[in-house]
Design a protein around this ligand. Structure first.
Ligand code: ADP
Length: 569
């Protein structure tokens, strides 16, 4: 519970941090990409607007040129004026009507393609701004209007400096031929349209739309292009608008460069900036994925942290235990020392009186004092056996104490082993015979010299021989062997006795160890003999080993280094 709370608290901050990093990281690539997409769309649309503007300009420039040529014809009187006007209509299909106005603003000549007549319309142009401006000297472009035939028309006017006074040549241009220019647009769902200076739509791919003469001056983009005469690239927020179909569009616009017209290109934002939306979706997906990955990592981290916390706790407990154990161990060692001291003192104190008792009992049982009655002799014999065992036990205890207190003095001499082995065999042949055991000896001759303390080595050999005798039932065989094995002399005692149970074999050289089967058979053992023997052999630079099988027998081996073998190496 506690770790759960700390997990939430600890992971909240990194989580928020990761979210912010992911967000910022995503924006870092998304913003430039989006900007790039917009730039591309803007460039493409501006290119189209530019092309349409050029086409429209060219169209009107050609017409102005034709009008000026006709004006020149009128000035120089090359042909009759009626013929000049008729030719103009003939060669320029965009002109529906052409008329000549004198300096007073009175129409004096007219050619009308549709009516096929020369009848004057009788209009008075004196107050017309178009007339007034043109007569002043430069060609002019009049407002676009819808003709009676329901077609968009524009009036072009050029001055004519005729010898009989200044005049104005005007032409009514049918803008029908301009419709294909705005209709053939190569962008998906795109629309190109033209507004005049007032914001009225004068060109559109569909004639019906033109005839509606809708005014779009309300659009910011229209005001900027028509009013300020600037190119608008669509990248500013208020460049876009909702078109008549209710669709939000991305739009650009530019002046046509003639007659205060403006050309506009629009495209639904969904189509134009579709890629931008896809990129945004990718960014959102990356964000979600990133958040997912981060939360997985954080959760794993949280689990790891709580595991580490637990490990830390376990570590602390272990350290505490270790401390307790060390303390307990020290106490045990102190107790052990006290115990050893006690045993040593007790054994010392007991040995002298016990030895005295032993000798007294011996004197009694060997009838040195006076012959004993048969009942008395049995009691004395029993007492002597018991005392003898106690003397042996006390001897072992004293030796162990001496060994542990490092008071066991060794006197090493390089000598042949033969005498020690011979004496042991002689002794155990007797004991063996009494216990109905066969004692054999296989001693290699010669045996190499060994550096040993004769008394201590005798104790060790004696111990394994006496164990063999004690733990081998009558009828068994005990074999003492000695031979060289590389740099060692191996002295082994093999018996056909009760063996040592496998499960207890690892404790054979421990102090006071007695196997279960041995205790049943022989109650007098101390469990100190092998412990002492191993210590003795170790002090000789050797080792003790054994092999044993319960019910079959054992073989105990003492390995002693050959004298000088180590130095020869
Ligand atoms: P002790 O013989 O006085 O009991 P040791 O230290 O000499 O003590 O031996 C320890 C134990 O090892 C014995 O009690 C016995 O269980 C086992 N042991 C040693 N030698 C033999 C053997 N030759 N056969 C069977 N068991 C043995």
């Amino acid at each position: 519970m506690k770790s759960g709370i700390s997990f939430t608290r600890r992971t909240a901050t990194p989580f928020a941090l990761a979210a912010v990093v992911l967000l910022v990281g995503n924006l870092l690539w998304l913003i430039p990409v989006a900007r790039n997409i917009r730039n591309q769309v803007s460039l493409l649309q501006l290119e189209i607007a530019d092309r349409v503007a050029t086409d429209i300009r060219n169209y009107f420039s050609a017409a102005v040129r034709d009008l000026e040529l006709s004006a020149d014809g009128i000035i120089f009187g090359s042909e009759k004026r009626e013929v000049i006007l008729a030719k103009l209509l003939k060669y320029n299909k965009g002109i529906d009507a052409v008329f000549l106005i004198d300096g007073t603003g009175t129409e004096i000549l007219r050619q009308d393609r549709l009516r096929k007549s020369r009848a004057l319309a009788g209009t008075d142009y004196a107050a017309s701004p178009l007339f007034v401006q043109t007569i002043a000297g430069t060609p002019r472009f009049g407002d676009i209007f819808i003709s009676e035939q329901l077609e968009p028309h524009a009036v072009l006017a050029v001055p004519v400096k005729a010898t009989d006074g200044p005049m104005v040549l005007m032409a009514e241009m049918n803008l029908r031929d301009l419709i294909p220019l705005v209709a053939d647009v190569s962008i998906e769902d795109g629309l190109v349209y033209v507004l005049d200076r007032r914001g009225v739509q004068v060109l559109h791919p569909e004639l019906s739309e033109i005839l509606r003469s809708v005014n779009y001056s309300g659009r910011v983009i229209a005001r900027r292009v028509l009013g300020q005469g600037v190119i608008v690239n669509g990248l500013s927020g208020d460049d876009s608008y909702v078109n008549k179909d209710g669709v939000k569009v991305f739009a650009v616009g530019r002046p046509v460069g003639i007659g205060n017209l403006g050309v506009f290109v629009e495209q639904p934002r969904s189509g134009a900036l579709g890629t931008e939306r896809q990129m945004a979706i990718v960014a959102v997906l990356i964000f979600i994925l990133g958040i997912g990955v981060v939360s997985v990592i954080l959760r794993a981290q949280g689990r790891l942290r709580s595991m580490l916390y637990e490990l830390d706790e376990i570590g602390k407990i272990l350290v505490r235990r270790d401390l307790e154990l060390t303390r307990a161990n020290t106490q045990l060692m102190e107790l052990d020392a006290v115990k050893s001291e006690f045993v040593s003192i007790a054994a010392h104190q007991l040995r002298t009186p016990l030895t005295g008792i032993k000798w007294s009992l011996n004197a009694l049982r060997t009838n040195e004092v006076e012959p004993l009655a048969p009942g008395q002799a049995q009691i004395v014999e029993g007492a002597y056996e018991g005392t003898n065992r106690m003397v042996g036990l006390i001897g072992d205890l004293l030796n162990v104490a001496r060994m542990e207190e490092k008071r066991f003095v060794f006197e090493f001499r390089v000598a042949p082993l033969q005498p020690v082995l011979d004496e042991a065999i002689a002794r155990y042949r007797d004991i063996g015979t009494k216990k109905r055991l066969t004692v054999l000896a296989e001693i290699a001759d010669p045996l190499p010299m060994v550096s040993y303390d004769s008394e201590k080595l005798k104790m060790a050999i004696d111990n394994i021989l006496s164990n063999a005798v004690n733990y081998t039932p009558a009828g068994g065989t005990i074999t003492l062997r000695a031979s060289r094995d590389k740099d060692h002399v191996a002295i082994s005692v093999q018996d056909t006795g009760i063996g040592i149970p496998k499960a207890q074999q690892h404790r054979v050289f421990s102090k006071f160890f007695r196997a279960g089967n041995a205790q049943l058979r022989n109650t007098s053992g101390t469990g100190l003999g092998l412990y002492l023997s191993e210590q003795i052999i170790a002090r000789h630079g050797g080792a003790m080993k054994f092999l044993s099988e319960e019910g079959k027998g054992s073989i105990f081996t003492i390995q002693l280094p050959v004298a000088g073998a180590g130095e020869k190496k």
